[in-house]
Design a protein around this ligand. Structure first.
Ligand code: ARG
Length: 471
């Protein structure tokens, strides 16, 4: 058992059950690269303002880099009695460079140290996720390009509603994931603020230069209030909100893949490489990947709830409760990243059954609205037209026919305004092409949306992705 950096005022040793209970090392060890970078910057800053000598700083920095190598190579021993990654590195530094290591923690506390580490971690993770989203958005645009002529039924209430282009459907997901990227990028502005120098909660008596530390670590700003610096976890909450929403989007896409690959829909087939079988039913090919993405969404949303509940009612400033911020955060990060990665790999392998989609769009009165619109074009008020077509639908249903399978004579029985040209208005191509209102499913609109998406993807700034269509 090691001596603890804080045990000066203690007469008794910590009970081993307490060490096991309070330790977070199994979880927070993954913060080590950030902890070391933060300590290196802190040393350099202390030397710059004359709190330690340049030579001392050099010894400390070299020792810290050696420890980083040990950690990188997995040659580092962890021990619950040293609680967390911060104390492990400091204790190892003492062995490595001797007494000068005792100066490292001058003008610093683990409270501002851990806040720094998480911000640095999340800054990297957020950038990776934005890149992952970009890859996903690029794939969706490619899929939309392949299907600017593929007609499918659009649904409301999961009932066939009106025909749409599959390209339009894929571009709907492009919009969702573009908003996700913007949300992550926006949260990053508040994550990317440097808290070190708040010390325990009140700031410090040393003449530290926080802006210099920030500059060394690539932060554009320092936090404004020392108490808030160590108590704030809003940036985690914002990240998890964005992550939860993004997972909800992935789960909606997944749900459609599950539905569409069922025999009942039969719109797509997942590739063998991205499906699994049943241990009992030889015929089965199951969509386990999208199912698992749906399932894992609960974990990420749960992490957001855990974190909100953790922070609720905590008095200022730091409280040990906050050590519990890391397990849900890390789990959400890992879950979201793995779901994004597998979606990016799976989507291009999907085989679309174009004929089956078209067939599904051809039955079920998806042209009823267009028949009403036709009547409106002939001066019938919309509500009246709606009712006329409703009666025609009821009649056709009773005959086991579609609207366009009724004879002109039968149709004219519902309205004298109907003429032969109604039939061309009821074709899939016509219905799609006429939906030219901004953001509608016409081929021209979808091609324009794809062109806009290419422009958005060409910039690396998610904020340039304004979303929306040109009206
Ligand atoms: N392991 C702690 C955490 O993650 C670090 C800060 C501990 N500070 C303290 N005064 N006990 O929150």
């Amino acid at each position: 058992m090691s001596d603890k950096p804080w045990d000066g005022r203690f007469a008794e040793r910590t009970d081993t059950s307490v060490e096991a209970f309070t330790s977070s090392i199994q979880c927070d060890r993954r913060l080590y690269p950030y902890d070391i970078q933060g300590s290196v910057a802190h040393c350099r800053m202390l030397a710059k303002v004359g709190v330690i000598t340049a030579e001392e700083a050099e010894t400390l920095v070299e020792g810290l880099w050696r420890i980083k190598r040990e950690l990188d190579q997995g040659n580092f021993e962890f021990d619950d009695s040293l609680e967390d990654i911060h104390m492990h590195i400091e204790a190892r530094l003492l062995q490595e460079v001797g007494k000068v290591a005792q100066k490292l923690h001058t003008a610093r506390s683990r409270n501002d140290q851990v806040a720094l580490d998480i911000r640095m971690f999340l800054r990297d993770v957020t950038a990776q996720i934005i890149q992952g989203l970009k890859a996903l958005r690029t794939i969706l645009v490619g899929m939309a390009e392949q299907h600017v002529e593929t007609v499918m039924p659009g649904y409301t209430h999961l009932q066939r509603a009106q025909p749409v282009l599959l390209g339009h459907h894929w571009m709907a997901y492009y919009e969702m994931f573009s908003r996700d990227a913007m949300r992550f990028a926006d949260g990053l502005k508040r994550t990317n603020v440097m808290p070190l120098g708040a010390a325990a909660l009140a700031g410090t008596t040393y003449p530290i230069d926080r802006s210099y530390t920030a500059e060394l670590l690539g932060f554009p700003k320092v936090t404004a209030n020392s108490m808030d610096s160590v108590a704030d976890r809003d940036f985690i909450l914002e990240f998890l909100s964005a992550a939860g929403i993004c997972m909800v989007h992935l789960s909606r896409l997944s749900e459609e893949l599950v539905l569409w690959s069922s025999s009942e829909f039969g719109f797509i087939e997942l590739s063998d490489a991205f499906s699994t079988g049943s241990s009992i039913m030889p015929q089965k090919k199951n969509p386990d990947i999208p199912e698992l993405i749906r399932g894992k969404t609960g974990r990420v949303v749960g992490s957001l709830m855990a974190e909100l509940t953790l922070m609720k009612s905590l008095p200022l400033a730091y409280n040990r409760d906050m050590q519990e911020d890391k397990p849900p955060l890390f789990d959400a990060v890992d879950t979201l990243q793995s779901c994004l990665n597998i979606t990016i790999k799976m989507l291009p392998t999907i085989q679309v059954k174009i004929d089956r989609m078209r067939q599904a769009a051809s039955v079920g009165f998806l042209n009823a609205t267009d028949m009403a619109d036709y009547l409106v074009g002939r001066g019938v008020p919309f509500r009246k037209a709606h009712s006329i077509v409703g009666q025609a639908v009821a009649f056709a249903l009773a005959q086991g026919k579609e609207l366009d399978q009724l004879t002109l004579k039968e149709l004219q029985g519902f309205s004298k305004e109907i003429e032969e040209d109604l039939f061309e208005n009821l074709t899939l191509e016509h219905m799609i092409a006429r939906r030219q209102s901004a953001g509608g499913t016409s081929g021209d609109n979808v091609r324009a949306a794809i062109a806009t998406a290419h422009r958005e993807l060409a910039t690396d700034d998610p904020d340039q992705t304004a979303g929306g269509a040109t009206a």
